[in-house]
Design a protein around this ligand. Structure first.
Ligand code: XBP
Ligand code: MG
Length: 249
């Protein structure tokens, strides 16, 4: 019945936001001679907007940077984003960002049991490849039957577009797959496509609203770093036959 796992990337496979994407954005801003700088706290707020280009555009408007800086904002943002992607890929190539606890273990177990793997992410395709290669080796790209990433859909998460596209390409229904996410935006996207979702939250998303998630954990966990269950189904803080059936399924 369960045929595929569909993984989000940023925050789910690895904690890439704080010291990865944020650092790369800041270096791209400095390289361009801009006085923009995103603190860890500011970045946490900006994460409400998914997509690097969309996030920069939102920042420019919400922080009064637009008029003063550049007439051709779209070109500025595109240039900054290209540079930020280069910097981010270099960061990953220096292997500074590991996979989260339990990710590799679960990917390997799924492969062994014939469960197909896919990715549904907002981030740029180069970033996904760089993370997989640095953390799991070049062959790992082929572990994933579908890698849905970046601008290939009309609307980014929390819209369900990317999950719908991945399901189409897998030729599977949502009831045959399970999504793994770390954020409320990601959860909304997966649920919008009809998918049951496991959340592994992180420092930036721990206070998100995870209503509708099948399971909320602090991490997938490994031997020696066990996972803690925060929530099973919203409003269900006791064991029911449905929960047990869900686990057995
Ligand atoms: C990830 C994102 C991305 C990255 C930046 O969201 O929002 O925007 O922060 O990536 P999710 P790009 O984990 O929900 O997919 O700069 O490549 O857009
Ligand atoms: Mg994420």
């Amino acid at each position: 019945m369960l045929k595929a796992f569909i993984f989000d990337v940023d925050g789910t496979l690895a904690d890439t936001e704080r010291h990865g994407h944020r650092a790369a954005f800041n270096r791209a801003f400095a390289d361009a001679g801009l006085d923009w700088s995103w603190s860890e706290e500011t970045y946490g707020e900006l994460l409400a907007v998914t997509g690097g280009k969309e996030r920069m555009l939102h920042y420019v408007h919400s922080h009064g940077k637009a008029e003063r800086e550049h007439a051709d904002l779209e070109r500025l943002i595109a240039g900054l984003h290209a540079r930020k992607t280069e910097i981010y890929v270099e960061l990953l190539q220096s292997s500074l960002i590991p996979l989260r606890s339990g990710v590799k273990r679960l990917l390997l177990e799924a492969r062994e049991r014939g469960i197909r793997l896919a990715i549904a992410t907002t981030t740029t395709p180069q970033n996904v490849s760089a993370l997989l290669i640095s953390a799991l080796g070049a062959d790992s790209i082929d572990w994933f039957d579908v890698i849905g990433a970046g601008d290939i859909v009309p609307q980014k998460k929390p819209a369900p577009d990317i999950y719908r596209l991945v399901l189409r390409e897998l030729e599977l229904g949502p009831d045959e797959c399970l999504a793994f996410e770390d954020s409320a935006n990601g959860l909304r996207a997966a649920r919008g496509a009809g998918l049951e979702t496991v959340i592994t939250y992180n420092g930036y998303t721990e206070n998100d609203d995870f209503s509708g998630a099948a399971l909320v954990l602090d991490r997938l966990g490994d031997a020696g770093s066990p996972s803690r269950v925060l929530q099973q189904r919203q409003g269900q803080d006791y064991l029911t036959v449905d929960t047990i059936e869900g686990i057995l399924r």
